[in-house]
Design a protein around this ligand. Structure first.
Ligand code: KIV
Length: 280
């Protein structure tokens, strides 16, 4: 069953939590989709965990289209949200409309996500008016890492907390179907969640949001460069992969791999004829 934005709204109303995971390729999307996770985010974190950049800033529309296409081929049920990369929506509303359209029409996303509150509310309104669902993203907005002077918890002072509540309300008014709250103190995230009618999805913003999102590579222990406090490791795949690679190398060196079960055979008669042909 294809998950829709109505399903997510109903989950909030019913108090049912919304688990969300990022994905960047066909195989991981298929694994995520087949266990029934309703929401997949093709995050611009692909800049760090897949492409090896130091931030999300270098990620391009081409990158997002390429990876969203792969995720959409792997998923049949989940609602796929694609991140709008840095500078694909900030310059003009026309750019934003054009690029949101490409992510849906060409790449197969069902919705797009962009960072910011009041400052992007007009852009959000225009994208929604074209029929493309938009997810908001406030708190720590990684595309503004330089302006924020680093990856820091947001909304700790009265003024900044008030500003986040106003940003959430502005996004709701502009028609977003959901809002990501990144690195917001848990009590403030609860207050925002109780204030807006759309589902809030937390990353580092406590348990009282309507859903949670984790970066695939962080939660599976694949990404080793950096581990944010809010990322919980549910597995240690990097270690498993390292062990598997070492076993492979050792078996190749010892001539244990490949054995007959991983090789192809030719009929004896054909082989003998070939040998006698070669001799003559
Ligand atoms: O790009 C991403 O993965 C995100 C999540 C961290 C919410 O925006």
């Amino acid at each position: 069953m294809q998950i829709t934005i109505d399903h997510l709204r109903n989950m909030k109303k019913a108090g049912e939590k919304i688990p969300t995971i990022t994905a960047y390729d066909y195989t991981s999307a298929k694994l995520i989709d087949q266990i029934g996770i309703p929401l997949i985010l093709v995050g611009d974190t692909l800049g760090q965990v897949v492409l090896g950049y130091g931030s999300t800033l270098p990620v391009t529309m081409q990158d997002m289209v390429h990876h969203t296409k792969a995720v959409s081929r792997g998923s049949t049920n989940a609602l796929i949200v694609a991140d709008m990369p840095f500078m694909s929506y900030q310059i003009t509303v026309e750019d934003a409309l054009w690029n949101a359209g490409i992510l849906v029409k060409e790449a197969g996303a069902h919705a797009v996500k962009l960072e910011g509150g009041i400052s992007v509310s007009e852009t959000v309104k225009r994208i929604v008016s074209t029929g493309i669902p938009v997810m908001g993203h406030i708190g720590l907005t990684p595309q503004s890492v330089n302006q924020l002077s680093g990856y820091k918890v947001q909304g700790k002072t009265l003024d900044s907390a008030k500003a986040l509540v106003e940003d959430a309300k502005a996004l709701e008014q502009s028609g977003v179907f959901s809002i990501v709250l990144e690195c917001v103190p848990a009590e403030l995230a609860k207050l925002i969640t109780d204030t807006v009618s759309v589902p809030t999805i937390s990353i580092g913003s406590g348990k009282d949001c309507d859903g949670q999102v984790q970066v695939f590579h962080d939660m599976l222990g694949l990404f080793q460069d950096f581990k944010p406090k809010h990322a919980k490791k549910y597995s240690n795949l990097a270690e498993n992969i390292e062990n598997a690679l070492k076993s492979y190398v050792s078996e190749v060196k010892q001539g244990i791999f490949p054995d007959d079960s991983h090789s192809y055979q030719i009929k004896k008669a054909v082989l003998e004829e070939l040998r006698s042909d070669l001799k003559s």
